[in-house]
Design a protein around this ligand. Structure first.
Ligand SMILES: C[S@@+](CC[C@H](N)C(=O)[O-])C[C@H]1O[C@@H](n2cnc3c(N)ncnc32)[C@H](O)[C@@H]1O
Length: 245
């Protein structure tokens, strides 16, 4: 009960601070704290903001990249404009949305991908967590080919089955991959970000994070075991034919 009260109090305090600072969402402070700790985003950078509604991270992103930089955001929900950013409405896994994003980038490589994406919660924790982790792997697959050498990738993780497998799948492509829980998270035990630094594109040819992730998960959960069916037991029973009379 006391823990619950402290969590609620902290959450309200971040919400009040967000309102006072003009940020649209409390989540803005999470990106600020990630930036304070890792210094990933610089002036002039091109940033992809995945799951950008209502626009808190896009506001912080624009503050960091300045007028010479650019923030491209995407979300299922339409966003109020953020000056200097382009916030598209669409599903990042949909090829049409992906085409629009590529057209807007027009060949400009990304310096950072920041993804706060979280799918609709059904309340069935195992299922929500599995869907969310698959979505995170899909975001990696779409955006890693657009990331520049030395670029960074930040994504919300959903603690539970598959987290270790996802980390193993992305580790070969970055020189540093670690978990980070900003103070502004709702509940530090369940909301954690994966911070991947210094992308090495030459290691990421013909890769699929989703495939590596699913293969590792199947191995762990035994999902790919071949069901060989019941064992055939030899029977000593035989039928004697009646001799013809
Ligand atoms: C926690 S909110 C992001 C908050 C945002 N970082 C901010 O500071 O304002 C997560 C968002 O992910 C979006 N989302 C979920 N699935 C998506 C998908 N397939 N494509 C694009 N956005 C998605 C949701 O619509 C939701 O707005």
């Amino acid at each position: 009960m006391a823990d619950h009260w402290i969590e609620n109090h902290k959450r309200d305090s971040w919400r009040r601070q967000a309102k006072a600072s003009g940020y649209r969402a409390r989540s803005a402070f999470k990106l600020k704290q990630i930036q304070e700790r890792f210094n990933l985003i610089r002036e002039g950078d091109v940033i992809l903001d995945v799951g950008c509604h209502p626009g808190g991270w896009a506001q912080v992103g624009m503050e960091l990249v300045g007028e010479s930089g650019f923030v491209l955001g995407v979300d299922l929900e339409p966003c109020q404009p953020v000056e200097g950013a382009l916030l598209l409405t669409g599903d990042i896994t949909d090829p049409h949305t992906q085409e629009r994003m590529l057209a807007e980038l027009n060949g400009r490589p990304l310096n950072s991908v920041v993804s706060d994406i979280s799918p609709n919660i059904t309340g069935k924790w195992d299922m929500d967590q599995a869907v969310a982790m698959t979505l995170v792997a899909q975001v990696f697959d779409f955006s890693l080919p657009l990331l520049c050498k030395g670029g960074s990738f930040v994504t919300k993780l959903f603690q539970g089955v598959g987290v270790e497998e996802l980390i193993v799948a992305v580790k070969p492509y970055f020189s540093d991959v670690r978990r980070f829980a900003p103070h502004a998270t709702r509940n530090s035990s369940s909301e954690v970000y994966l911070v991947c630094r210094n992308f090495m594109p030459w290691k990421a040819k013909n890769f699929s994070i989703l495939e590596s992730y699913e293969a590792a998960l199947n191995l762990k959960l035994g999902g790919d075991d071949v069901d060989e069916g019941p064992e055939i037991i030899k029977s000593s029973f035989s039928v004697r034919r009646k001799k013809a009379e």
